[in-house]
Ligand binder design. Structure first.
Ligand code: DGY
Length: 325
């Protein structure tokens, strides 16, 4: 008898075929997020769940008494209820080491977009409004400016590589632990958080969402930043206090922001950020390239199958490692 699996979002056909080889499966094949009631009905008999950012609450776990593994198609796993998964002995995996470069590419794109006002000026020219004195179009240089990275994981390192080798930026970073190897490789400087905020022209948040990082950056931190500085976030929306960011932008505490992630996704149509010219926004697309999303889905499928076949899944998240030892 093949193990039963439910998949909460569309995945590439090849990955579906791989799963079909080992498992009986059902898939939520709509672009809209699966309603909770449907998910709860679908997972009653499953052994495995393939997911991305859908929060798997205690209530959902309760509805799946046979569940052995949740395989996330994402590097972030703030969707896991770690305590409850430990209690129920449910393994959880993520997809590191296939998406770092894509996220770093997008981050550099956002830095260039906000500093050179690319989306704003793109909109103007398309509306036929190339009628301003040339000084109107001035932006800020990225090369040789100072980038402060808060959170130096694998993605932070890829960004540091691009920033130092490509743009000769002065890169400061703050992290729970120092990364001497990254410091040596790319000449980045470990700095206390306050100093990083004071010195950077671009402050980049690259932190995972945890209890400790929830609303970690807010009014106090924006006050410390230069008035000419930009805030970039490509990690998780809830790491920032979004209302306080909106206030900082409205009161010119900081110059602007480029965001890929939000407290609420999809973002509310009434969110004031949507109306601000000095804010560049993308819809959580850090890892969203054809190649990377395929690699993520295939990695997640392999993690899922290995967990269900009684092997140790390669990418079990650190907080749940004790379940396979
Ligand atoms: C991730 O991998 O965590 C990205 O944010 C996509 O969900």
């Amino acid at each position: 008898l093949k193990p039963r699996v439910f998949i909460t979002k569309p995945i590439p056909k090849k990955v579906e075929n791989y799963i079909a080889h080992f498992c009986e499966y059902k898939i939520w094949n709509s672009m809209n997020s699966i309603p909770k009631e449907t998910l709860i009905k679908e997972i009653r008999h499953v052994d495995g769940l393939m997911n991305s950012n859908y929060k798997i609450s205690k209530e959902i776990l309760e509805a799946a008494p046979f569940l052995k593994i949740i395989s996330n198609i994402s590097v972030g796993y703030d969707s896991f209820d770690i305590k409850e998964m430990l209690r129920r002995k449910i393994m959880g995996t993520n997809t590191p080491k296939v998406l770092e470069e894509s996220v770093a590419d997008l981050t550099i794109g956002l830095i260039l977009s906000i500093s050179r006002r690319i989306p704003e000026l793109n909109n103007m020219i398309k509306k036929g409004e190339w009628d301003k004195p040339s000084d109107f179009y001035l932006g800020i240089d990225v090369h040789q400016s100072t980038l402060g990275i808060i959170g130096m994981g694998r993605i932070g390192e890829e960004i540091a590589k691009r920033a130092t080798l490509g743009f000769e930026m002065d890169v400061l970073y703050y992290n729970r632990s120092r990364k001497i190897d990254v410091e040596k490789k790319y000449s980045v400087t470990y700095t206390k958080l306050d100093k990083l905020l004071e010195k950077s022209d671009f402050v980049l948040i690259m932190l995972p969402l945890t209890k400790q990082t929830y609303k970690y950056i807010g009014a106090k931190q924006f006050k410390k930043m230069k008035k000419s500085a930009f805030l970039i976030n490509c990690s998780r929306g809830e790491v920032i206090n979004e209302q306080e960011l909106i206030n900082a932008l409205l009161t010119n505490e900081i110059a602007g922001s480029a965001l890929d992630v939000y407290e609420q996704e999809p973002i509310s149509k009434r969110n004031p950020l949507l109306k601000m010219d000095n804010v560049v926004m993308t819809p959580h697309i850090g890892s969203a390239t054809k190649n990377t999303r395929y690699n993520m889905a295939m990695k997640a499928a392999k993690n899922l199958v290995s967990g269900l076949m009684g092997e140790k899944p390669y990418d079990i998240v650190p907080e749940l490692k004790q379940l396979i030892n």
